[in-house]
Design a protein around this ligand. Structure first.
Ligand code: PAM
Length: 416
């Protein structure tokens, strides 16, 4: 049996991973005509898996754990060291529950309304500007909204710098060299800032609403009744704030999608709430953001004729699963209406991970992402008109994370 397992024979494929980016896994799946293959990256043997059935096993906690999966360099930039993304079992479930408790549908609604108000306010300035870069505006708007919503004090003068730092952590995840270091320095500055605020909240020298996220994070106790140390509390609060700023990338892709498929502007004019959601789902399916996820085999088992061995590193292909022709008809076409018949399956549409967020590692902020994107899309199609001047609207499938190269420049903006 084992001779049939597709294997890459040369030494290490880290260079190919950096060269092929989002397509690294699916290129090989196509070549091997398989939904599993073995390779070596970053000096380790890795088994890559793709598709709905693969996602089902990957999120089965009987077979997989997260401790030891995230490379230290990704923890130092994107996640924070020893944060929730690296935890398992009771410790993970307990902490995840706290994340879930601050991201209920009423919290999502509140954030979306705050986002709408912010867009309304900044668009007054846009009318007086020659041009604006949507990506940059979105990072600032979301930084303001995230901090205000979470009870984090943010002075007007620091919005730009903090917004850039939040995104620099995201921008570092697939980088080596300067972009990685930018992310680490941004993380150090942000952790110092938030850690200091956590301490003040604990001492009572900074008064915050007892329902606020910062209050929840500052006074959260684990199963043993211990508070997080101030740095860990800061890391986890940043794990709520940073991803909200990261929605700026999806927002920019949404604007690109509208521009490339102008027929949807008309459809969305009718404020068809359901269609807003189809569109937002399709943006998250079609455009590249999270490339793949890693986990460690917890105990020996066999799947797809492959003997998974305890301790082995496994990558689940996010981008490939969202473009899997077995799941999606014409996967490389942008077609929001494909979601009309979609049943909410937890394993075949996984832009922010698969499975149940409360019991596993799926992003707890997916609802926030959807609501913030819908609010923004509604603003772009129903509240303003704008022109899109000549610019480089391309995006890379190699650079991780990807982004619209120009950031989406708009001009002649008119409020309706
Ligand atoms: C956030 O947490 O800020 C949300 C935005 C990040 C999305 C990307 C998630 C990618 C997951 C893992 C990164 C590993 C990539 C390793 C590349 C070599």
């Amino acid at each position: 049996e084992q001779q049939n397992i597709p294997k890459e024979e040369t030494l290490d494929h880290s260079a190919a991973l950096l060269r092929e980016g989002y397509l690294f896994i699916s290129n090989r799946m196509k070549k091997f005509q398989s939904d599993l293959f073995e390779t070596r990256v970053m000096g380790k043997k890795v088994v890559c898996i793709t598709g709905e059935e693969a996602a089902r096993v990957f999120y089965n906690t009987e077979f997989f754990k997260r401790k030891g999966a995230a490379p230290y360099r990704v923890q130092q930039s994107l996640f924070g060291v020893n944060a929730i993304q690296t935890k398992d079992d009771a410790e993970h479930l307990n902490r995840k529950q706290m994340f879930m408790s601050v991201m209920t549908s009423s919290h999502e609604k509140e954030l979306a309304d705050m986002t709408k108000n912010q867009w309304d306010s900044v668009s007054r300035r846009w009318e007086q500007s020659d041009e604006v870069v949507l990506f940059d505006e979105a990072k600032e708007v979301l930084c303001r909204v995230a901090c205000r919503w979470a009870g984090v004090l943010l002075h007007n003068t620091e919005v730009k710098k903090r917004a850039e730092d939040f995104y620099a952590m995201v921008d570092a995840f697939g980088a080596i060299g300067p972009r990685h270091w930018e992310g680490r320095m941004a993380r150090n500055r942000t952790e110092a800032w938030i850690k200091d605020m956590i301490k003040k909240v604990r001492r009572g020298t900074l008064k915050v609403d007892s329902h606020s996220v910062i209050h929840q994070m500052a006074f959260y106790k684990d199963a043993e009744g211990n508070q997080l140390d101030p740095r860990m509390a800061a890391i986890e609060l940043i794990n709520v704030l940073r991803p909200i700023v990261a929605i700026a990338n999806y927002i920019t892709f949404s604007a690109l999608a509208l521009h490339e498929h102008p027929e949807y502007t008309h459809i969305l004019h009718s404020r068809n709430k359901q269609y807003l959601e189809y569109f937002v789902h399709e943006v998250r399916r079609y455009y590249p953001f999270g490339p793949f996820l890693g986990a460690i085999v917890r105990k020996d088992f066999v799947w797809a004729n492959y003997p998974f061995k305890k301790g082995q590193l496994v990558f689940l292909d996010i981008y490939g699963t969202n473009h899997d022709p077995r799941i999606w008809e014409e996967p490389d076409r942008f077609k929001p209406e494909r979601f009309r018949g979609w049943d909410g399956n937890l394993y075949n549409f996984i832009p922010q991970g698969g499975g149940d967020p409360a019991s596993g590692h799926r992003c707890p902020g997916e609802g926030i992402t959807i609501e913030v994107m819908k609010a923004t899309l509604d603003f772009l199609v129903n509240k303003i008109e704008y022109d899109v001047p000549d610019q480089d609207l391309s995006y890379s499938l190699v650079r991780m994370p990807s982004m619209v190269r120009s950031g989406f420049v708009m001009n002649h903006i008119r409020r309706l």
